[in-house]
Design a protein around this ligand. Structure first.
Ligand SMILES: [Zn+2]
Length: 386
């Protein structure tokens, strides 16, 4: 039941820890190892220690929709497998090995970025040699659904029976496109989609950045965690979020001319105008509150409730996330309209002006109405920062 046989695509994430017979059974190096990644995937990263076991399968296929965390998990697993100081399935993150993995220069980490037959031949040639510094060699291959049929076929035998010191960590956003014979030779680890808010909190904690900035980076990177981490390292990322906060403030508190000015600025964002509009609505709706503390509380004058009364026009609702439903709906609709217009190649500037004007008007109308008493229902799932 809980036995996860290699290649059983129905093997769910809910199974009990049951790593496929792996190197340990073949007398291979144990060391820090992500023993049962299905369970880990099911439990989120926090489940890592819980499900840690000192056995490693020879080939894993980490699969999930973009942003599900499988790409990051594969890299973390590679680091853990190679780190000599890892414990409980985690890399130490500080040793030479970990730094080399992070820099993509570990001598025993094979991470091809091509998917053709030549790439497979190169990898196979590399695997003929024993690891140089670690106990094992790890092949970290992203997006194996992109392997050509010829390449995937050439890889089959090695994935089925690699040298004892080799572990394959393969990832895909499209498991159905992976050659079935390749898929069936891997222990498949399904990842569920995760809300961007949750990933932003995690990324922020890992990089020491502010959750909203991490959220913005993820949005710009189309939920690619590694790309988002690179974006986060650039100061521009934080500056853009500061501009978005300012734009949200102007739409909430300013006049119609402010709305037009915001539209003019957004038009200069090029490809990022649409993500920017999306995050703007996120801010207007107060959904950034779900990201946890840190951020604009101080500057936005939040937590300054009008005792016994209700906010007048232009005053932000005291509690983020408590904007009237009509306003929330209007912002969502404005965003949908903007997307349609941009997809239809409508006049960009005009589309943004309409969007900003609608957002501003909804905010103004919301401010003019009493905020309904009591917490808004239906906003379940608001998470508390660990
Ligand atoms: Zn380490």
């Amino acid at each position: 039941m809980s036995d996860v046989t290699a290649g059983d695509p129905a093997a769910g994430a809910a199974g009990a820890p049951a790593p496929a017979p792996g190197p340990a059974a073949r007398g291979e190096p144990a060391g820090a190892a992500p023993g049962n990644m299905q369970a880990w995937a099911a439990a989120g990263d926090t489940g890592w220690e819980v499900f840690f076991a000192r056995r490693v399968s020879h080939a894993y296929l980490l699969a999930g929709p973009p942003g599900a965390g499988h790409q990051e998990a594969a890299r973390a697993a590679a680091a853990a497998l190679l780190c000599p100081h890892g414990a409980a399935g985690r890399a130490c993150g500080r040793c030479d090995s970990c730094l080399q993995v992070a820099g993509g220069v570990h001598p025993d980490l094979v991470a091809p970025d091509q998917h053709g037959i030549d790439a497979v031949r190169q990898v196979l040639a590399t695997l003929a040699y024993r690891p140089r510094v670690s106990a094992r060699k790890v092949v970290l291959w992203r997006d194996v659904d992109r392997l050509t049929p010829q390449a995937a076929n050439a890889l089959l035998k090695s994935v089925e029976e690699p040298p004892p010191f080799v572990t394959f960590l393969m990832t895909t956003d499209h498991p159905e496109r992976v050659l079935p014979t390749l898929r069936s030779r891997c222990q498949r680890i399904p990842f569920r989609p995760r809300p961007r808010e949750e990933r932003a909190r995690q990324l922020a904690a890992a990089t020491g950045s502010e959750p909203l900035v991490a959220y913005w980076a993820l949005r710009v990177a189309a939920d690619d965690g590694e790309q988002a981490a690179r974006l986060l390292a650039e100061p521009a990322c934080g500056e853009e979020v500061a501009q978005l906060r300012d734009a949200a403030r102007r739409l909430r508190e300013g006049g119609a001319l402010d709305a037009l000015e915001v539209a003019r600025q957004l038009a200069q964002w090029g490809e990022r105008a649409e993500p920017a509009a999306e995050v703007l609505v996120f801010l207007l709706r107060g959904d950034d509150a779900t990201l946890g503390a840190g951020g604009d509380d101080a500057e936005a004058g939040r937590g300054d409730p009008v005792a016994g009364g209700h906010p007048g026009p232009g005053v932000r609702p005291e509690e983020p996330g408590e904007a009237p439903p009509a306003a929330r709906l209007a912002w969502t609709r404005a965003l949908a309209e903007l997307r349609r217009a941009l997809q239809a190649n409508a006049n960009r500037q005009l589309a943004l002006e309409v969007f900003c004007w609608r957002c501003w008007r909804a905010a103004r109308d919301a401010g003019a109405e009493p905020v309904p008493p009591g917490p808004r229902a239906g906003r379940g799932g608001r998470r508390v920062l660990p």
